[in-house]
Design a protein around this ligand. Structure first.
Ligand code: SF4
Ligand code: SF4
Length: 382
């Protein structure tokens, strides 16, 4: 098996000049990373209309399309299902995406983020039929959808459309493998049953897996001091037979090189390692307060624009690490400079959009309570 062909460059979390401004992609650093990635024989770039506020596609155009021959790379892009307002919008978005990327066909094209509301929307506007037509006309070589819901909905989608599709992009990692709300294992089995390839997103669950408590970090070191935590997570996914692609979102050269090394010297996960990861998944679940992957879809749905993933990130950090600056970050950087979590009106617009099935208003309340209760104001301020 050629494991090297499974390493995809996910372009949702590219290096940024201003970490608070998604559109501020560090193009020079990205170009450098692309050169290393391509030079080592990898070639797959995954983007979407929405990533980096629409600038991810343009960054790929500059780093890849304008600098490498078309046949030397593959690009996957995705229809912004949630933004469709009519059947005609399918074509409008595809034309815009092709223009942003500067290409005339996609190697892979997905209907983006299928969950209950967006499946309804894609059905209403004939998006699956539209991507089928794209494939027939050669505008997309392979087609599928990226999926963020449970096995029940997946079965419904596959029953209806599996015969026209090639791929399902699933959230899959060792933390969610047997998780009862994400159901990664069940979803993987369904894709295999329906004869579709599986592409993997969130192998590190948006960083949750590689930022565990110090205790878990020590356990990894004891188990194997030479391999990174990320490399185990990637090998877990890429070792699965029907997984044909694993996306890694990378924003620095160090992470890129670590991933290159994992695939260049790929070893299928053995039994001992699998058992160890099962044990670590259990521990990690006990220590992660909110299993947020920081995908950001909830923020777009929130009328108050509360930076929900940033609150959850801080909550998780404060539970696991003794970060002395944590309250300053909470009160100054989030509540004051951005939008206070107190503004949550419990409208629940965000809930059905959460890719991790988190009860966001409840968890936001816990987050607020955690900081309020644990906080002796300014005690840890320098
Ligand atoms: S429940 Fe709260 S966080 Fe969710 S969309 Fe409504 S205001 Fe925003
Ligand atoms: S709360 Fe859910 S939707 Fe929002 S960023 Fe986290 S995982 Fe994504």
């Amino acid at each position: 098996m050629n494991y090297k062909s499974k390493f995809g460059f996910g372009c949702m979390r590219l290096p940024q000049i201003d970490k608070n401004k998604a559109s501020s992609i560090d193009q020079d650093l990205f170009n450098e990373m692309v050169d290393i990635y391509m030079e080592k024989g990898f070639n797959y770039f995954d983007t979407s209309y929405a990533y980096h506020d629409g600038k991810s596609e343009i960054a790929i155009k500059k780093a890849v399309v304008e600098r490498y021959p078309r046949e030397s790379y593959q690009i996957c892009d995705k229809m912004p299902t949630w933004a469709l307002k009519s059947k005609e919008d399918n074509e409008k978005f595809v034309e815009e995406m092709l223009e942003r990327l500067g290409i005339d066909y996609f190697d892979v094209f997905f209907v983006h983020n299928i969950n209950v509301p967006w499946f309804k929307q894609a059905e209403q506007y004939g998006t699956f039929e539209y991507v089928k037509k794209m494939k027939e006309e050669g505008i997309a070589k392979k087609i599928g959808f990226s999926f963020h819901d449970n096995s029940e909905l997946l079965k419904k989608v596959l029953d209806k459309y599996s015969d026209i599709l090639d791929i399902v992009q699933l959230e899959l990692n060792y933390l969610d493998w047997e998780d009862s709300s994400i159901e990664a294992h069940k979803c993987y089995d369904l894709c295999v049953e329906y004869g579709l390839d599986v592409y993997v997103m969130e192998p590190l669950k948006g960083g949750v897996i590689v930022n565990p408590s110090d205790e878990i970090k020590d356990e990894f070191k004891k188990f194997n001091s030479e391999k990174s935590i990320a490399s185990f997570a990637i090998r877990f996914c890429a070792s699965l037979e029907h997984v044909k692609m694993v996306l890694s979102g990378m924003n620095c050269i160090e992470d890129l090189l670590d991933n290159c090394n994992t695939y260049e010297n790929f070893e299928v996960l053995n039994e001992d390692e699998t058992e160890f990861l099962e044990k670590m998944a259990k521990k990690l679940k006990e220590t992660v307060a909110v299993p947020c992957s920081e995908c950001g879809y909830c923020v777009d749905a929130c009328p108050e624009m509360i930076p929900i993933p940033e609150y959850f990130n801080l909550y998780n950090t404060s539970k696991n690490q003794s970060e002395s600056n944590i309250y300053r970050l909470y009160y100054d950087k989030l509540c004051d400079e951005k939008v206070s979590a107190e503004k949550c009106s419990y409208c629940e617009s965000c809930v059905e959009h959460c890719t991790q099935k988190i009860n966001i208003p409840n968890e936001l309340e816990k987050t607020r309570k955690h900081f309020k209760d644990g906080f002796s104001p300014y005690a840890d301020y320098p």
